[in-house]
Design a protein around this ligand. Structure first.
Ligand code: NDP
Length: 532
């Protein structure tokens, strides 16, 4: 853990909402630059009472925000986007300091986040607004409509690896859908979360549209118990299970965006230079601390050796550090170094080979790119999320085997395929929420596409129309347009009218109800079964 806790006496508890008036003191913790060990900032550890108070304030603001309507909300979100964009360098600096990632990478995640904010604001009306739908024939006298209404207050719990992009995938969509938000950033990146909330305050003043509560896991757990209308959680699978268990106490619905072990498939007809380049970036960018980063590669046997050479050459051009040429920064969470070390050691102990990097690549703060080959499929380096700049490469007979091995894992977040012809077919067969063909992780930057996983990678969707609907409830309304000749919802219904319903049913569905023609089983099988 890179945070330090302390107690400070505060002179005026009433002036500081984070203060517990009973003790007139506030616990604080420090966020630390993982590359240098320097203190970046000091933040309050918000307790249960603080979190409840924040949720109450958010609830008091919810009617105002929902009442602004789609146009009013879009106006606010557009202004917020402008503030973030104009201050981009400042935000990137906080991201850089708290995560250690290079400025360019910080800018890239902020750019994508701004794009999502723009899309969510400008598409909410079309996706969520009231739509007339067909009432069907039996209730043809009704006008039917559906619209998607805000839930109220959404709690967002975020990770540290993309401290702007990842939570924005929930915050932007929840706000655009008409909810207010209480956000608990990771204990490693509280400054980024606070910066985001402060920047929105510049647009909405005293309105508690987006509040940040800072602290450790207990603060997140308090948010789960605080009576919010939904929790949008992004983080590890293990914490996701704890969040679900806590939310179950109050039947609070959840979206779980959890970890991954994404595979990249390389077909025999793929552009190998492009595949190796993308594999290197997908595996090593952000020091491998990407939920949808490439952690394993399955390569057709005809091109395997050539691909490994190209990837190894690429890996050798990338190094982790703080110098200007460093393309990747430190491991943001020191505890992750042990996980990376364990996975690499396990892979090598079981007969794997490091073509680049290896055990000695794992230092005190930085991990150098590591390419592992001939690693058994039951090694931790293949089955568990490593979350470091390491990648395993395996030779496969054909793409069928690659699909089988990809789907054998417990995670199902993203995947990628490099191929000349078979992209769509292979993508459909991969049990992952998203697939990029001839690129990696592109799906995360396309605001119109839903983002989320299956299996241990979680459930629910952020981004796109699905992401907007995730923070709403569907409201169905019927309005009787005229008195129906056949009133179905009355005790005055007569036996003759019931007969009319039966006749109508037969006319509408009678043909469909004929028994389908089932494939005939061989007579012997049937006889055999009877005898058995
Ligand atoms: P964690 O699961 O450790 O933490 C995620 C968030 O949950 C943090 O804010 C954390 O607070 C909070 N938290 C911890 N314990 C609890 C609890 N009991 N109740 C409520 N909240 C709690 O994940 P990391 O921050 O380490 O992030 C890395 C993980 O996130 C990786 O597994 C990665 O794959 C995944 N991820 C998934 C993404 C996706 O979209 N699918 C995107 C990005 C990352 P605190 O930090 O203070 O402990």
């Amino acid at each position: 853990m890179t945070t330090r806790t302390s107690d400070q006496t505060t002179p005026d508890p009433a002036a500081d909402p984070t203060t517990d008036p009973a003790t007139a003191s506030v616990k604080t913790f420090e966020s630390i630059n993982p590359a240098t060990g320097d203190v970046v900032g000091t933040h309050p550890v918000h307790g249960e009472a603080d979190v409840h108070a924040a949720v109450e304030r958010a609830r008091a603001t919810a009617d105002w925000w929902a009442g602004l309507g789609f146009d009013g909300r879009q106006e606010v979100l557009t202004q917020w986007r402008g503030v973030i964009t104009r201050r981009l360098a400042q935000l990137c600096d906080v991201v850089h300091q708290e995560t250690g990632k290079p400025h360019g990478d910080a800018q890239l995640e902020c750019a994508l986040a701004i794009d999502h904010l723009a899309w969510a604001g400008s598409h909410a009306a079309k996706v969520l607004g009231r739509k007339r739908v067909s009432p069907g024939l039996l209730l043809a006298n009704q006008a039917a409509s559906v619209e998607y209404l805000p839930l109220g207050v959404v709690g967002v719990i975020g990770p540290w690896n993309y401290p702007v992009f990842t939570p924005m995938g929930s915050i932007a969509y929840a706000l655009a859908a008409g909810n207010t938000v209480v956000f608990k950033p990771s204990e490693l990146t509280p400054g980024v979360g606070t910066w985001l909330a402060d920047s929105l305050r510049e647009v909405v003043g005293d309105h508690d549209l987006l509040q940040v509560v800072t602290g450790y896991g207990e603060t997140g757990a308090a948010l789960c118990r605080a009576g919010v209308d939904k929790i949008a959680f992004t983080g590890s699978t293990a914490t996701g299970k704890r969040v679900m268990a806590t939310c179950a106490e109050t039947l609070t619905p959840v979206v779980i965006e959890a970890g991954g072990k994404d595979a990249l498939l390389v077909d025999e007809d793929a552009d190998l230079d492009a595949a190796a380049d993308a594999a290197a970036w997908g595996a090593f960018a952000n020091a491998g601390q990407t939920c949808a980063g490439v952690e394993r590669v399955y390569v057709h046997e005809r091109v395997h050796d050539r691909f490994v050479d190209l990837l190894a050459a690429k890996a050798r051009t990338v190094h982790a550090g703080v110098d200007v040429d460093a393309k990747i920064g430190p491991m943001t969470m020191p505890g992750q170094l042990d996980v990376v070390r364990r996975h690499v050691a396990d892979a090598l102990a079981r007969g794997g080979r490091a073509v680049v990097g290896g055990n000695e690549a794992v230092g005190d703060r930085f991990v150098q790119p590591t390419v592992l080959v001939e690693v058994p499929e039951d090694s931790e380096a293949v089955t568990e999320e490593t979350f470091g700049p390491t990648v395993t490469v395996r030779r496969v007979r054909d793409m069928d085997e690659a699909v089988e091995l990809t789907n054998a894992g417990k995670y199902g977040l993203g995947s990628a395929i490099f191929t000349a012809k078979r992209g769509d077919d292979l993508a459909r067969r991969l049990r992952t929420g998203m697939t990029s063909i001839n690129s990696v992780i592109s799906f995360a930057g396309v605001p119109t596409l839903p983002f989320g996983g299956v299996g241990d990678s979680g459930f629910g969707r952020i981004h796109g129309p699905d992401g907007l609907r995730e923070f709403t409830f569907a409201k169905a309304v019927t309005r009787q347009r005229f008195k129906a000749p056949l009133n179905l919802t009355t005790f005055d219904r007569t036996p003759e009218q019931d007969t009319m319903v039966a006749t109508l049913l037969l006319a509408l569905h009678g043909r469909a109800s004929q028994l389908p023609k089932l494939p005939r089983r061989p007579l012997e099988t049937i006889r055999g079964r009877r005898r058995g």
